[in-house]
Design a protein around this ligand. Structure first.
Ligand code: C2E
Ligand code: MG
Ligand code: MG
Length: 586
């Protein structure tokens, strides 16, 4: 575990002698919740590594010409490795990455960029250590809930811990939710509940634990559970939306309501669930528990799915969402899905080098529904698999049609969802689509996200290699928003980085975003990757990118995503005029 669990604040060690660099490091670290240890020479740095056990080290590469420190960071003689960020010339940084640096910053250092890197590395490390802590907490809780069934209820302890979670500042951006579950067993016998409880509490723990395991790295679940008699309470941390809590509730209900068989008897179980959302339905754990209990009571009276939110409007929006889900099931059959295409422009020639296929849902009543609204639903329900395959086939078919019509050869980029990416036979499915549509693999690019690369890296590399061998291009979408570091990217056989539009948007007004954009372009170049800027809306943003020699761009300045016919127009005309360059003869 990278963060020292026995300490609350991580230690960050910086080893640097150059005054400006020391100053920048101090500034970057002042904003962090960490203890800082400073050293100005390699030998002292090495001693500090051993005594202070830092969670992260920032190293001025020039101080470590013989790579002694790099070896030290690698961990040896039973000591765990220490993540480190290298600062130096681009050659020094590349060497450092080869020697295991987690990230690098090319000098001269831009303070906001350093801050951004330190922040994201620390955040990544914290998340890993939170996940570990959550596992430990759950194990401790299991022991508690075991005694709860026979002994006194650990309600006080549960409330205290839940309050600690609710007060955690990292909880601020998302909602925690309290679930209150009440179990009824259909059987006159007095011991019916007691007989079923061990099975039921095991099922509860299994669901809760499975959620923890399946959560994306960014969304670590640390569920706290309490069992009292025939009632259970679960605190769910960091629920992005009320629907997330609803889904957990539904899953718990489905699992707990499976008949229980014990000693030759079969019990039918009913479960009612109340959901209270932090801040909407209460500030303290006790208030939330009360609200959730009230909602559970209402659920029991109404017999409406057996699940109720404490706040009535949340019931409405959740059901709306579920209705959307059932409509989406038919969207494919009813041919309500369509693709729009947004051109990608080569900034040196103004020619269209590719298109990104973007999905739209023409809903009969709601009109055009944007992917932001329905892709998450499609992902949760698994519908993304058939939908994604349709997108892939349609996009390849369209590109092949353009090629067959003798138009300039372009590459079609298709967004892959992480759910699709985890399919074991993804390569085969892609190969089949290419074969069916007759598109050369070189005409296809798959867009992945950083978070996809973070999950099960070894298997991911394998999948990507196979696709690369097939001749397919690969790019990382929304780059800069995730936790991936340079040493990470280097491991994956990708061709292009797409700078997230949030950085491009503020590139002229925010020094931080301009530093990040600059560094992504430089870093991409040094790794021989094509760098694409997303969301270019103004001429001044374009100018900034051209000065940086960013390779390609996409955005409303050139064209919004358009229909296939309009896309064909873009392809024929190109954007040389907009860029003020001579149109290339194609
Ligand atoms: P993305 O892949 O990052 O796509 C870029 C999004 O930015 C698109 O939104 C595009 O319309 C929008 N955009 C392009 N240029 C500009 C600009 O200059 N300014 C602004 N403000 N926005 C711009 P869209 O089409 O709503 O798609 C949103 C996201 O939905 C996509 O982000 C992608 O992650 C996902 N998505 C779209 N189609 C598919 C699909 O077929 N499969 C999967 N799995 N995801 C998809
Ligand atoms: Mg994309
Ligand atoms: Mg994007």
């Amino acid at each position: 575990m990278p963060l020292d669990s026995s300490r609350n604040t991580p230690v960050v060690l910086f080893v640097a002698s150059e005054p400006m660099l020391r100053h920048a490091m101090r500034e970057a670290l002042a904003a962090q919740d960490c203890d800082v240890v400073e050293e100005s020479a390699a030998y002292e740095g090495k001693l500090a590594c051993r005594s202070a056990r830092p969670a992260l080290v920032l190293l001025e590469c020039g101080l470590d010409p013989d790579h002694e420190l790099a070896v030290e960071f690698g961990g040896a003689e039973g000591r765990p490795g220490i993540p480190w960020i290298a600062v130096g010339s681009s050659e020094q940084c590349q060497e450092a990455v080869r020697r295991g640096a987690l990230d690098w910053i090319v000098a001269p250092v831009v303070a906001p960029l350093l801050l951004h890197r330190v922040e994201s590395v620390l955040r990544g490390l914290r998340i890993e250590s939170d996940a570990e802590a959550a596992r430990l907490r759950l194990t401790a809780e299991e022991a508690a809930s075991e005694t709860a069934i026979s002994g006194p209820a650990p309600r006080e302890e549960f409330l205290q811990r839940a309050d600690a979670v609710l007060r955690d500042p990292r909880q601020r951006r998302s909602d925690a939710a309290m679930l209150f579950l009440s179990i009824e067993v259909e059987d006159g016998a007095e011991d019916a509940i007691a007989t079923c409880l061990p099975t039921l509490s095991k099922r509860l723990r299994d669901v809760v634990r499975a959620r923890e395991g399946s959560g994306a790295v960014q969304n670590v679940q640390a569920p706290l559970t309490l069992c009292e008699g025939h009632e259970f309470a679960v605190l769910l941390e960091r629920q992005e939306r009320p629907q997330d809590a609803y889904k957990v509730a539904r899953r718990l209900q489905q699992q707990l309501e499976r008949p229980v068989e014990s000693a030759g008897r079969k019990f039918v179980v009913h479960v009612n669930v109340g959901i209270a959302v932090h801040r909407h339905d209460g500030a303290s754990a006790n208030e939330l528990l009360d609200s959730a209990y009230g909602a559970m009571e209402r659920a029991r009276q109404e017999q409406l799915h057996g699940i109720r939110f404490a706040t009535a409007t949340m019931n409405a929006s959740t059901f709306e969402r579920l209705a959307l889900e059932s409509n989406l099931r038919y969207a494919l059959e009813r041919e309500e899905l369509t693709l729009f295409y947004q051109p990608r422009i080569d900034l040196s020639t103004g020619g269209v080098v590719g298109f990104e296929a973007l999905l739209r849902w023409k809903h009969p009543e709601l009109g055009m529904v944007s992917p932001g609204q329905f892709i998450p639903i499609a992902e949760e329900s698994g519908l993304i698999v058939p939908i994604g395959e349709w997108v892939l086939r349609e996009a390849c078919r369209q590109n092949q049609a353009w090629r067959a019509a003798g138009l300039r050869k372009v590459r079609m980029a298709v967004n892959l969802s992480s759910v699709q990416f985890r399919q074991p036979d993804l390569e085969l499915r892609v190969a089949r689509v290419l074969e069916e549509t007759g598109l050369d693999p070189d005409g296809l690019e798959l867009e992945l996200t950083e978070s996809m690369l973070l999950q099960d890296a070894d298997a991911t590399i394998e999948t990507l290699r196979t696709m690369k061998h097939m001749g397919i291009h690969l790019s990382i979408d929304d780059f800069g928003t995730g936790y991936s570091s340079l040493s990470y990217i280097k491991r994956f056989p990708v061709d292009a980085l797409k700078i997230d539009q949030s950085f491009v948007r503020e590139v002229l007004s925010s020094p931080e975003d301009s530093a990040i954009t600059t560094s992504i372009v430089l870093m991409g170049k040094s790794l021989n990757l094509t760098v694409v800027a997303e969301g270019v809306e103004t001429k001044s943003q374009l100018e900034f990118l051209r000065v940086l020699e960013c390779d390609e761009a996409q955005g409303y300045l050139f064209s919004r995503p358009v229909t296939a016919d309009q896309a064909e127009e873009c392809l024929r005309t190109g954007y040389a005029a907009l860029l003020g360059v001579e149109a290339a003869v194609s």
